[in-house]
Design a protein around this ligand. Sequence first.
Ligand code: GLN
Length: 479
Amino acid sequence: MELNQFTAHELLEKLKTQEASPKAILDSLYARIQKVEPEVKAYVRVQEAENSALNYSSLSLLKLKGLPVTIKDNICTEGLPTECCSKILQGFRPPYDATVINKLKESGAVIFPLKANMDEFAFGSSTENSYFGPTRNPWNLDCVPGGSSGGSAAAVASDEAIWALGSDTGGSIRQPASFCGVVGLKPTYGRVSRLGLIAFASSLDQIGPITKDVQDAAILTGLICGYDPGDSTSVNQGVPDYTKSLTGDIKGLKIGIPKEYFVAGLDAEVKTIIEEAVNKLKNLGALTNPVSLPHTEYAVPVYYIIATAEASSNLARFDGVQYGYRAQSNNLIQMYKLTRAQGFGQEAKRRIILGTFVLSHGYYDAYYLRALKVRALIKQDFDKVFQDFDCIVAPTSPTSAFKIGERAQDPLKMYLSDIYTISVNLAGIPAISVPCGFTKKGLPVGLQIMARPFNEEMLFRVAHTFEQNTDWHKLKPRL
Ligand code: GLN
C-alpha cells in the first residue's frame, strides 16, 4: 500500500514511529495526482502548484506532525490563490488565513498547495459550475462527484488527498461525500468559525471535514471547531474530545426515521440500501421508530429564497475594485458592469437576480419574510423530534451520482438533488454522511445521521458504530 492510501489516523501513527515522513506522504500524493488527475480533475490550477519551503522538523512536535490537508477553493489561504472557482476572483491571493487554516497550522498540518475544485461560489450540486470545468466521480468518470465540494470529496475518494475541508450551505459536504463513498460532516451552525470562508449564504454556511473514515472526521472536526471572536456567529462553547465518542456502542439509542424522506423521488435502489442500513442499526441495539418532519416539503423553496437573498448581498462586493478580475473600461460604472458580466458564471448570475428579486421592495414580505417564518417551522419540527429521539437517520441524497450533463440544463432538477440535506442547514443542526452501500452499477450511497445542535458526538458515535460493522468504507474505486 502507498502512503496516500492510508487514513489520517493511520498516518499519524506512522509519523510517530517515523515509519513515514511528511515529505514522503506529500510525494505519494503528488505521484497519485500525476497518475489520476488527468481523469478525475479534483484539483484546480494544477500547473501553477507552488511548493513552499517548510520546516518539517519544527512540525514534528505538533499534533499533526506535518500531515497534509486539502482545502476547498473558497477557504482563504494566505498567499495561495483562493478563487471560489470563479473568474471574478481570478488572481486573488488572500492576505490572511481563515481561522480554520490557522488552527490547522497551529496543530502542525501542512496546507496542501493545490486547492480542491468546487461549483462557482459553492452554487451547485455537481461541481459542473466550476470556472475550471467539472470534476469527475472516481467511481465512474462519466458521473458527477456531487457538489459543491466535489473536488474535496473526489480527491479523498481517489486517494489524491488524505483528508479535506469542504463547506456546506445546503448539503455541499454531505452530498458529495455520499456520491464519492466517503465521510462528510456538516457541523452545527456556529461550531466552526466562518472567518475566511468566502460567504455564500452567511446564515447557512459551515466548514466541515471530508474524510476516509469516521475517526478521521472526529479528529479533523476537533481541530477546526471552537469559539472565534472574529466571527460574530461563532458560539462560545467548549470543544469535546470527539474521538471519545467512538465507543462502538449504540445500544438503546432512540433513532427517528422521518417518513417525509421516503416518498416519491427517492430512488428504489437507494431506498432499499437505506432500509438495510437502518436494520443494521437495529441489530446493533438501537431502537428505531418512524417520526414526522411535517414541513420538509417547504425546505427547497425556502432555501432557494434565503440562500439566494444572502448570496446576492454577499456577492455585491465583487465589483472589480478590491478583488480578482477587473474588466477594462474608462468609465467606472461600465467597469463594474463589465467585470460582473464577464466574471460571474451563469448560475451565479441566476442567483444574484433571484436573490435581488426576493429582497426587493414589494416582494420582500411575500418571499423573504415568509421564507424566514417557514424556516422557523422547519427548525421546530426538528426540536420536537429531538425531545424524544437521540438522532434522525435518512438518505443523504435521493439518488446516487448522476451523469455529467444530465441535470446541468435544468436548474430546478439540480436544486432537488439537495432535498434531504437542506433542512439541516435551515435548522442549524449537525449531520454526517457515512457510506452505507453501493448500487448495482457500483455507485456509492450515503446514510445521513442528524442530531441536536452541538451534539456532534452523537453523530460520531452512531456513524462510527455503523462503519465498524460494515465494510463499505474500505472499498476503493479502481483508477
Ligand atoms: N446545492 C445547494 C446549492 O446549490 C447547496 C450548495 C452548498 O451547500 N454550498 O445551493
